[in-house]
Write a protein that binds this ligand. Structure first.
Ligand SMILES: Cc1cc2nc3c(=O)[nH]c(=O)nc-3n(C[C@H](O)[C@H](O)[C@H](O)COP(=O)(O)OP(=O)(O)OC[C@H]3O[C@@H](n4cnc5c(N)ncnc54)[C@H](O)[C@@H]3O)c2cc1C
Length: 472
């Protein structure tokens, strides 16, 4: 097998391993170069293991969606970092990056021609606006759930004790039946479209804690974007790009290696003492098909929804300071928002949800859709007639996970299957939730479990709540 690549976002150190720890002599692989895998690999390295990260694409970052708008590096995927994202902030700090700038949570809805703004900087006004969005019963139900999340951090993650109970009682019907129609259309729908790319009738109450948690945080973004962080990662940990993992090899119930195809070549066996598979569930299903076929079938069921993001740079700001994003439910564009608090001349148009599942991504079609949304921004928010300077289109067939009904049961089942293969762990957006923090924690928790196994202790996990509690 060729040595790891050495271009940007790629690299080797002569010897991996955290400076403070003696190398363990155990060689481990992390599959997937998104935030879940990056966090797992860095954690394993700080625990003293020789780690290699294998990524099928030709760049790191996965659904951060690193790209260029004109000359400017941009993120077309996940970019907003909550104040409560401690595991992700540990990850960037460990690599020398802890400069964040405020982004806030700013989303507005139109009701009877009036713009209702939800803004994390203005809690009082936001609460008042939420009260106007639904019946007293629904708002009280939402407030009770929000209190659970505020007072018990584990409820922000899939499989928490409280939301497992909600799942057991209510997942026989989708989220659209849980709240009344007014709150569902005004608040719940924009939340699940934004976080899952799904409609309220495509997700279930037992996973709603992960959505509500997003509303209760305050957001920043990395001042210089994620690219410098990825470069620093690749200088520290060996990365193999263009390395597609086909399967996990085992002998007598323990991991012995991976079958890897590099740059489209034939698959070869590469020996490893342990593996974290940190890909979306549909990719993990393919990788585990021959090792754990029953688990692979369940993983293949986990639902994912598409999304298209169009970034447009204008010659002047399109939003004011007060309203920086508008959620829409009467057309394919589900959200139009400024790229940053101070980058209001760049607009990110997101197409998610049933009407936003675009099939025609031709320049003409995108141009027509953008012009239509620009017109709405002018009508509703008084946006100017600005000239487009640069346009970038990014489409994901499987942008966000929408999980499964009775997802906590699925997670428990997955842990039982995994217990049959020593040295194999899973991380990813379907383990604790899609938010960057949830992915980072799933990676760190998988790394910790694998390290415990390699160190020879009786090692199986304590379950989702202990994963979620993994402190930075
Ligand atoms: C448009 C968009 C906006 C978002 N905005 C936010 C936000 O503002 N804040 C937030 O908290 N979250 C946000 N999210 C969610 C968050 O960005 C994602 O859930 C998260 O980045 C997923 O990370 P991951 O590592 O689990 O998966 P990925 O990033 O998908 O990484 C998995 C990697 O595995 C690789 N891979 C797959 N199969 C194989 C194989 N067989 N062999 C080797 N490699 C393989 C893939 O190429 C990929 O790079 C957003 C998501 C999207 C799509």
């Amino acid at each position: 097998m060729a040595p790891p690549h050495t271009a940007a976002h790629q690299g080797t150190r002569e010897q991996s391993g955290h400076p403070g720890r003696a190398p363990s002599g155990r060689r481990v692989a992390v599959v997937g170069g998104g935030v879940s895998g990056l966090s797992a690999a860095l954690r394993l390295e700080t625990l003293g293991h020789e780690v290699e990260l294998l990524e099928a694409a030709d760049t790191l970052g996965g659904r951060f969606g690193v790209a260029r708008l004109g000359d400017r590096p941009v993120m077309t995927g996940g970019k907003n970092i909550g104040r409560r994202y401690s595991a992700f902030r540990w990850f960037t700090k460990e690599l020398g990056f802890d400069r964040y700038e405020s982004f806030g949570y700013n989303a507005s809805r139109l009701k009877d021609g009036r713009v209702l703004t939800l803004d994390s900087e203005r809690r009082g006004r936001t609460l008042g606006n939420i009260r106007r969005m639904g019946s007293t019963r629904d708002v009280a139900r939402l407030a009770a759930m929000a209190a659970r999340i505020t007072f018990d951090d584990t409820n922000r993650f899939l499989g928490s004790r409280h939301f497992s109970g909600v799942s057991a009682r209510h997942d026989h019907a989708p989220l659209s039946s849980f709240f009344g129609p007014e709150l569902t259309s005004m608040l719940i729908r924009p939340m699940v479209i934004r976080n899952n790319g799904a409609e309220p009738d495509e997700v279930y109450p037992g996973t709603f804690g992960t959505n509500l948690a997003m509303l209760l945080d305050h957001y920043d973004q990395l001042t210089d974007g994620v690219e410098p962080v990825l470069d620093a990662f690749a200088k520290r940990i060996p990365v193999r790009l263009g390395a597609r993992v086909e399967s996990v090899e085992t002998t007598a119930g323990a991991v012995t290696g991976l079958r890897v195809s590099e740059d489209g070549g034939p698959a070869r066996l590469v020996p490893y003492d342990g593996v974290v598979v940190a890909t979306p569930a549909h990719a993990a299903a393919g990788i585990l098909r021959s090792t754990l076929p029953a688990l692979a079938l369940r993983l293949a069921d986990v639902r994912y929804f598409p999304s298209t993001v169009v970034l447009v740079e204008y010659d002047r700001p399109m939003f004011g300071e007060d309203v920086r994003a508008l959620a829409m439910d009467d057309g394919p564009c589900s959200n139009a928002g400024s790229y940053g608090m101070h980058d209001r001349h760049i607009v990110r148009y997101t197409y998610s949800g049933r009407e936003g599942r675009l099939t025609d991504l031709s320049e003409r079609a995108v141009d027509r859709l953008t012009a239509d949304t620009e017109e709405r921004l002018r009508t509703h928010l008084g946006a100017p007639h600005a000239e487009r300077v640069n346009v970038l289109v990014k489409h994901w067939d499987a942008a966000y996970s929408g999980y499964l009904p009775h997802h906590p049961q699925f997670l428990a089942e997955a842990r039982r299957h995994l217990a049959g293969v020593a040295g194999l762990e899973l991380a990813g957006d379907y383990v604790l939730g899609v938010a960057i923090e949830n992915c980072a924690r799933s990676g760190r928790a998988a790394a910790r479990r694998l390290a415990t196994h390699l160190e020879g202790a009786a090692a199986r996990p304590g379950g989702a709540a202990s994963d979620a509690r993994d402190p930075a």
